[in-house]
Design a protein around this ligand. Structure first.
Ligand code: TXA
Ligand code: MG
Length: 313
C-alpha cells in the first residue's frame, strides 16, 4: 500500500514497519530504537535473528557518536562515498546500538542513503534499520510491485518518484584490524581501494564469514539456475527451458530469453538484475541457463556475486 511522507513518519513512530526507497534496493524500515518494530521486521521477512541489520542515517554524526574507535580512513570513506552505496561495519560503544540490530555482535553497520526523501524521513523520525524489502532468500525488491509480491498489499510503502538507481545492495566494508570486503555491491571496490590504499580482501573461504548474511540462502528465484561462463550452445535447448542473458547476444534455439540488458553495460545489468530474477518466476521457468561470460572487471563483481548466490541455493 503506497503511503505519503506524513503517513510514513506516523507509521514508524507507531511501531509499524514501512518500506523505504533507497538508491540501491528498497528497505524494510523500523526506528533503530524500537525493538518491537524491529522484531516485526525479522518476522515479516522470515529472517534469522543472527543476521544483523544496517542502520540508515541522515548524517555521519550518528556513526561518529556510536563508534568505539574510528578506524583509519573511515572519515575519508565517508567524505568520498556518503551519501551513497557504501556500508561501514565498525566496533560500537556499549549501549550505543540495540543488541537486536547487531545480532549481539560488538560491531554495527551504518550507511547514509543517497535518497533525499528517505534522509528526510530519518531526520523526522530516527535512524532507521532496514534490511532489503524482500522475504528472506528471495531476490531483493527494486520496485513497489516486488514488495507487494513478497508481503501482500497491506504493507505500507513510502511513495517516491525515484528509487533504486543502482539496483543491487551497498558494498559492505568491515573493519577488523584492516578493512575487509563483506559484500561487493553498488560502489566499485577499485574506488574504495583508491581511498584506503589497498584492495580489501574478501573473507577467507573456510573461515567463519565476516558478514553473517553471507551464511543464508540468498537472492534466489524458484528456478534452478546453472551458471555458465563459456557461452550458450544451441544443443543446450533440451536441458534448459530458459536463458538469463543479454540483449546484445543471441541464444539460438533457446525456448525463452530473459534479458538483463546489454553485456557492455554492467550498470544497466545491475539495475535490471532483481527484476529479471523475479521475471523467471513469473514465467514459471524451472531450469535456467545463466550467461556469466562477462568481462573480468571490478564493476561486475556485485552482479556475479548475486548470480552465484542465487544459483547455489
Ligand atoms: O543497499 C543495502 O545495503 C540495502 C538497502 C536497503 O540499504 N540493505 C541491505 O540490507 O542489503 P540486508 O539486511 O539485506 O543486508 C545487510 C548485510 C547482511 O549481509 C548482514 O549480515 C550485514 O549487512 N551486516 C549488518 N551488520 C553487520 C555486522 N555488525 N557485522 C557484519 N555484517 C553485518
Ligand atoms: Mg538482503
Amino acid at each position: 500500500m503506497l503511503i505519503d511522507f506524513e503517513a510514513a513518519v506516523d507509521s514508524l513512530n507507531r511501531r509499524q514497519p514501512v518500506a523505504i526507497p533507497t538508491e540501491t534496493v528498497w528497505g524494510l524500515a523500523a526506528r533503530w530504537d524500537d525493538e518491537e518494530a524491529i522484531k516485526k521486521i525479522f518476522s515479516l521477512k522470515g529472517r534469522p535473528l543472527t543476521n544483523p541489520l544496517i542502520i540508515h542515517i541522515a548524517s555521519p554524526e550518528t556513526l561518529l557518536s556510536s563508534a568505539q574507535d574510528l578506524p583509519p580512513s573511515a572519515l575519508e570513506l565517508i567524505e568520498r562515498f556518503w551519501p551513497g552505496g557504501l556500508t561501514l561495519v565498525i566496533p560500537v560503544r556499549e549501549g550505543a546500538v540495540l543488541p537486536i540490530v547487531r545480532a549481539n555482535l560488538p560491531t554495527a553497520a551504518f550507511r547514509m542513503p543517497d535518497h533525499e526523501l528517505t534522509r528526510a524521513l530519518i531526520s523526522q523520525t530516527a535512524p532507521l534499520v532496514a534490511p532489503s524489502a524482500n522475504r528472506s532468500g528471495r531476490p531483493s525488491a527494486t520496485t513497489p510491485e516486488h514488495i507487494e509480491n513478497d508481503f501482500g498489499p497491506e504493507l505500507p510503502i513510502l511513495q517516491a518518484p525515484v528509487f533504486c538507481r543502482h539496483g543491487i545492495e551497498s558494498t559492505i566494508l568491515l573493519w577488523q584490524g584492516k578493512w575487509y570486503l563483506g559484500r561487493p555491491g553498488a560502489i566499485d571496490i577499485e574506488e574504495v581501494s583508491s581511498v584506503i590504499g589497498y584492495k580489501p580482501a574478501p573473507h577467507h573461504p573456510g573461515k567463519a564469514p565476516l558478514c553473517p548474511g553471507q551464511l543464508f540462502r540468498h537472492y534466489a528465484p524458484q528456478a534452478t539456475l546453472t551458471l555458465h561462463d563459456s557461452g550458450w550452445e544451441p544443443s543446450f535447448c533440451d536441458r534448459f527451458d530458459g536463458v538469463l542473458g543479454y540483449s546484445d547476444r543471441e541464444y539460438p534455439r533457446a525456448k525463452t530469453i530473459v534479458s538483463m540488458g546489454p553485456s557492455s553495460n554492467p550498470a544497466i545489468i545491475a539495475a535490471n538484475l532483481y527484476a529479471a530474477l523475479r521475471d523467471l518466476d513469473q514465467r514459471h521457468l524451472q531450469y535456467v541457463f545463466v550467461d556469466t561470460r562477462v568481462e573480468n572487471t571490478s564493476n561486475w563483481l556485485g552482479i556475479l556475486d548475486r548470480l552465484y548466490k542465487a544459483g547455489n541455493s
